[in-house]
Design a protein around this ligand. Sequence first.
Ligand SMILES: [Zn+2]
Length: 259
Amino acid sequence: MRLIDTHIHLTSPRYTDLPGLVARAQQAGVAGVVAAAVDEASSHQILAILDAFPSFVLGGIGVHPERQVADDETERVIALIRRERSRLVAIAEVGLPWYTVRERPDRDRWIAAAEPRLRRFLRLARELDLAVVLHAPHDTAGQALALLKAEGVTRAVFHWHKAAPEVTRAIVEHGYYISVTPETCYRRRDQDLVAAVPLSHLVLETDGPWPYSGEFEGCPTEPTFLGRIVEAIATVKGTAREDVEEIVVQNTRRLFRVS
Ligand SMILES: [Zn+2]
């Protein structure tokens, strides 16, 4: 297997044994992971993790949109991305807030206020030719898509995508990717999403250490889960497991320009 976990938070304190995690993933045939940062501190931590596991971890750094960080922190992360460009494959993760603002009566204003920061990252991605790993759940996906188009970003993935079918269709039409999680193995919503997205636009993620239910209940989330997502996709699509794997691997390589 040559699968890549396109979204994992290796800097989480819940991952206390990274050498073990990497060894188990490699034993399960997982070729690598794309690290996602949430702020300046985790971006620096990811650079150190890249030094420790150069053949397994692909670099992604950024500022999580659900985080309220000062503008100068965002500027320092942008400077870091410029300086470390050669070691990175993506700006990850960036996007628009939803979970932290959805209960607010003026939530649209909060989401709109986050747009300038996302635009900065999208312009940077275009300038430096990096992929973008997007957090834009539910209603924010359409807005994020509009910004991607406006800023001329060509390589992006909507991570743990949850949006209306017409938004999903537009994302695919514009050539962007959609990543699916272990929820694909047991949740109808995610299986319906897999059914709606062509295999040519799907990639896989765990968003670890986020915990999952179903068969994963109580198991610490690791890249070893990817094989089960492939099987679940194969079932939904009625396609051979090997074919799903081959196409998903190609998609991931195209998205991040890795071989
Ligand atoms: Zn994440």
